[in-house]
Structures are given as C-alpha cells and as structure tokens.
Design a protein around this ligand. Structure first.
Ligand code: URA
Length: 195
C-alpha cells in the first residue's frame, strides 16, 4: 500500500521509549515485575547515569533509584553539587529481576535497544556507569578498581565509571570512594559546560 503516511519518518522520543518499556513483553522479567522503570530526566540532560536494574522500591514506584541505593546516590550527588534534575537516570535492565538477582544475559540483550535509543535521543556529554553490570554491558567490563573515577572515551562518547551506590549500603568505606568520584564527575560536567 502506498500512502503519504506510510512514507513519514518514524520520529523517536523519550516518551515513546518509556511507553514501549512500560508494556514491554520481550523477556521473562515482564512476568514478575510490578512496574517497568524506563528512567527519568530531561531530554537536554548533559549527563546520564546508568545503573543495573530496578530494585523493590523502584518496581513499586516505577521510578529509578528511589530505594536505599537511590538515597545514597542522592546524598552523594548533593555532596558533589550535582542536581538530580540536571541528569537523566536509568538502568541497563528496566524491570526488576526476582529477589534483585543480577540480570541474566538474555534480559540485558532484550533491554539494551531501549538504552541505546535513550542515549541516541539525549546525546549525553558523559555517561556515568554505576557498577559492574552497566560496565560490562556498555563497555565490555574490566576492573572497576583500576578504571573508576576517570573519563573513558570510546567511539566518540565519554563515559565515567564509578561504583554502584548499593555497594555502599553494606560497606560504608565505599561511600567516600563514590563521593570522590562524583566530585570528579562534577568537575568534568563544569568543564564540558564551559566549552
Ligand atoms: N539499583 C539499580 O541499579 N537501579 C535502581 O534503579 C535501583 C537500584
């Protein structure tokens, strides 16, 4: 069929991605989640934070980082002078794995196109990778200890790796590492904005 509407370009948007995530049937997590968690923040955000997957509170509320790990992230962002409204926050996997287990490969694979679309739409100057799952799915992984707290450039995109805030729930010594990293990130953001 040839009609003018069939030739219109398909325009993507954060709202479209969020709508698809909310009803996503692509992996087994769709059967156990309460709410999918697309992520939140402005299209104009200069920095994007990417965590692992929603936990219990996020699954209840449909919002990222609103539970114990989110409280730590909020505190550390405040100490670094980064406002949550300045950044876009999302996860590699948008639905809660049962009992907060680490997402499985098929779940990461099914969900990755959503993250890729969010990155393509926002075009963040810096993507802040929170912890191991995001590190391995976005950059292929490696030593967090050796690579955290610095800018990593790949294919024209800047990344900044730090520890996952949940790591500081049981190991408070991680808090000072996260705080130091986010302060460095804040400087990078200021530098990027000045350019
Ligand atoms: N942990 C994550 O990785 N993401 C969240 O949204 C909450 C906890």
């Amino acid at each position: 069929m040839s009609s003018s509407s069939s030739r219109l370009p398909v325009v993507d948007s954060l709202e479209k991605v969020a709508g698809e995530v909310t009803g996503c049937p692509k992996c087994k997590l769709a059967r156990t989640r309460k709410n999918a968690v697309p992520g939140e923040g402005q299209l104009s955000a200069k920095v994007m934070f990417v965590g692992e997957a929603p936990g219990r509170s996020e699954d209840e509320k449909g919002r990222p980082f609103v539970g114990a790990a989110g409280k730590i992230l909020d505190e550390m962002l405040a100490k670094a002078g980064i406002s949550r409204s300045q950044v876009f926050i999302t996860n590699v996997v948008k639905c809660r794995p049962p009992n907060n287990r680490v997402p499985e490969d098929d779940e990461v694979q099914a969900c990755t196109p959503y993250l890729e679309r969010q990155i393509a739409l926002i075009r963040p100057r810096i993507i802040c990778i929170l912890g191991r799952t995001a590190y391995s799915s976005i950059l292929g992984g490696g030593s967090i200890t050796a690579n955290r707290g610095k800018i990593i450039e790949k294919a024209g995109q800047k990344y900044f790796l730090t520890i996952h805030p949940a790591a500081a729930i049981y190991n408070r010594s991680m808090l000072s590492l996260l705080e130091a990293d986010l302060k460095k990130l804040a400087k990078e953001i200021d530098g990027a904005e000045g350019r």
